[in-house]
Design a protein around this ligand. Sequence first.
Ligand SMILES: Nc1nc2c(c(=O)[nH]1)N[C@H]1C(S)=C(S)[C@@H](COP(=O)(O)OP(=O)(O)OC[C@H]3O[C@@H](n4cnc5c(=O)[nH]c(N)nc54)[C@H](O)[C@@H]3O)O[C@H]1N2
Ligand SMILES: Nc1nc2c(c(=O)[nH]1)N[C@H]1C(S)=C(S)[C@@H](COP(=O)(O)OP(=O)(O)OC[C@H]3O[C@@H](n4cnc5c(=O)[nH]c(N)nc54)[C@H](O)[C@@H]3O)O[C@H]1N2
Ligand SMILES: [Mo]
Length: 631
Amino acid sequence: MTKITACTVDCGDACSLLVDVEKQSVRGNPRHPFTKGFCCRKGARYFERLNSDERIVTPLIRDGESFRTASWDEAMALVAEKLNAARAVPESILHIHGHGYRGVLSKASSIFFGRMGASTIHGALCENTGVTACLKDFGALNHNDPEDILNASRIVNWGRDMTRCSVHQLALIHKARKRGVEVLTISPGGDDTPEFSDVNIVIRPGTDRFLAAAVLKLYLEAGDLNPWVLTRTANWPALRGLIDGCSLAELTSACEVPTADVEMLYDWYADTGNVASILGWGLQRHSYGGENVRFINALAMISGHIGISGGGAYFNISSGRNLGSWDHLVAGETPPRREFLVQNLGEEMRRADPPVEFIWVDGHNVVNQAPDSLSTADAFRKPFVVCVDGFMHDTALTADVILPPALLFEREDVLGSFVHNYINYCGKAVEPRGESRNDFEILNDLDSRLVAPIGLPDQEACIRESLKQEDFSLEELRENGFVKAHHPYIAFENMEFGHMDGLYRFPESLTPEPERDPAYPLQLLTVLRGKSLHSQMSEADQRGVPIVWVSRQNPAWAALNPAQDAYLVTPQGAMQVQVETLKDLHPRAVIMRRGGWMKYGHNANVLIKPEMTDMGNGTAYYSQTCRLENR
Ligand SMILES: Nc1nc2c(c(=O)[nH]1)N[C@H]1C(S)=C(S)[C@@H](COP(=O)(O)OP(=O)(O)OC[C@H]3O[C@@H](n4cnc5c(=O)[nH]c(N)nc54)[C@H](O)[C@@H]3O)O[C@H]1N2
Ligand SMILES: Nc1nc2c(c(=O)[nH]1)N[C@H]1C(S)=C(S)[C@@H](COP(=O)(O)OP(=O)(O)OC[C@H]3O[C@@H](n4cnc5c(=O)[nH]c(N)nc54)[C@H](O)[C@@H]3O)O[C@H]1N2
Ligand SMILES: [Mo]
């Protein structure tokens, strides 16, 4: 029997999937216009994760340094007792929810603990820097339909490694190239972007704003400005002043891109035909990531490529824009809540008054994925920690009780995408393994044991409520697996923007990149893995010493003695690593693939200090400086 479902991991492709229940095999839904019958290896092999020996399938209660199996009744009675007591001071409860599983029902724990007045987290680990930058520029979060990329003459890809992060955008790029569309990628290198690019430009990490500004400078020098475009902007003189105030040499040396490459990029934007710009998520994980995004958008705008077919700037759309909320189905109001900055959770918790006594964390390996992992793990030692997760990762290891959730294919939900405009139905294809239960049922069980219950609605009622905003039918979704939400094919057509006056806004500052610290002259780029999603990887794959990659031109490479152990060192600490080389990587960049676990000595976030980006309370992971040395 084949069941229609959809992937709920935190990925923009958000595939519609068909599961063969007997064979336990997965394939992309051939009828879905974006999924087009194929999916990535993470989705195709998800049953390996569901059936893995490493999966936790019964509740566990801490027993000294390890855990013992418990019944749901025993585990939930213990959790309820602690929560009932903590509710005397609601702020002493801390709820942490991540994007480990997406869908309208995944909001349940946030609404549940919100009504209690529990503390929560703020700040952002993912894409909020770029989202905020785009909102400042365009006044709304939108981009052309993903398929419109096929209408471009040329594509300029600012650092999105589609070989890993999006197999469906990659397929569209391949199709476009077959039609003669050319692709230029700008990145620090060492990724697999050459696989789909005609030309690659290597840039100093974190400095895209200077490259975009340098190309804008060439536009000014050529006197090549479209008067119609300028009338659609609110503050061109401010940007013009910034660019006039810098020489081309200053801009090119700030991004370490040769002038010939800057001129080539100008030609790519200025030649006849339409240019689509793609903005990856990596370039906004820097201290001035917001400015980076804003200058790239400004270049796409000034070159006349916004609001037209075959053009546009692709960062993100909002995955929730087509789905309404259901929190009004829950009685009461959410009072103002205390918030801890997620990037600096350990430190913020240590300073907290009243102290945190009870933590509920679900869908987030926060100890592992937020910066300064050791500090977070340490702050989790004292409170009573409940972790709803199916794997014994760095966050689960801090828990007093672990509750096993039903995972993908084992529960029903609906969700949107931050890349395409389809709403997908995520059907329950198989029964939850062992004693696992879906997150919503776990909350219902807990609620029934509370002295003052919150009262959650029926799950299907929540799904139906979410679909009301666009009048989608749950029956149609169950039958087809997806519905299309209607948005204009071209974003910001006729250069009508989302700001009140309809005009575009340029950035009004161009912040210099901080001087290189001679003690830590390299930059650590903790980029994603193709085979797994963040920390959702098998423990068996994490044996031995983790690998980092550098260029042969990296000053550290020549200085390392291969006969001795190598260490990656930041002001936060040191980690033993194995150093390998990669062609065409920027000479000051060190690549480490993120998601490895602390318990195996593979977690880069132990070495990353909590630093914010310039916008949207994002995390400047990639501005982490480092060095490599023998010890
Ligand atoms: N396989 C897999 N797919 C995923 C995920 C996963 O973990 N695994 N995660 C999902 C999620 S949540 C996200 S947010 C996305 C992330 O998707 P991506 O943005 O593709 O990946 P990142 O690892 O965030 O960023 C790394 C890329 O940014 C480039 N880069 C880094 N710094 C700079 C810079 O300063 N300038 C430029 N121009 N380029 C730079 C690197 O060369 C690399 O190609 O992927 C999603 N898809
Ligand atoms: N060093 C460094 N760290 C980074 C980044 C970086 O660039 N560098 N980038 C970051 C980015 S882009 C992101 S999006 C974040 C991701 O941070 P997280 O969201 O913490 O990432 P995951 O490791 O995918 O953890 C998700 C967890 O949810 C669990 N899960 C899956 N399905 C369910 C379910 O149905 N119910 C419950 N209860 N749990 C479920 C999984 O088992 C997994 O343990 O990390 C950030 N961390
Ligand atoms: Mo992300």
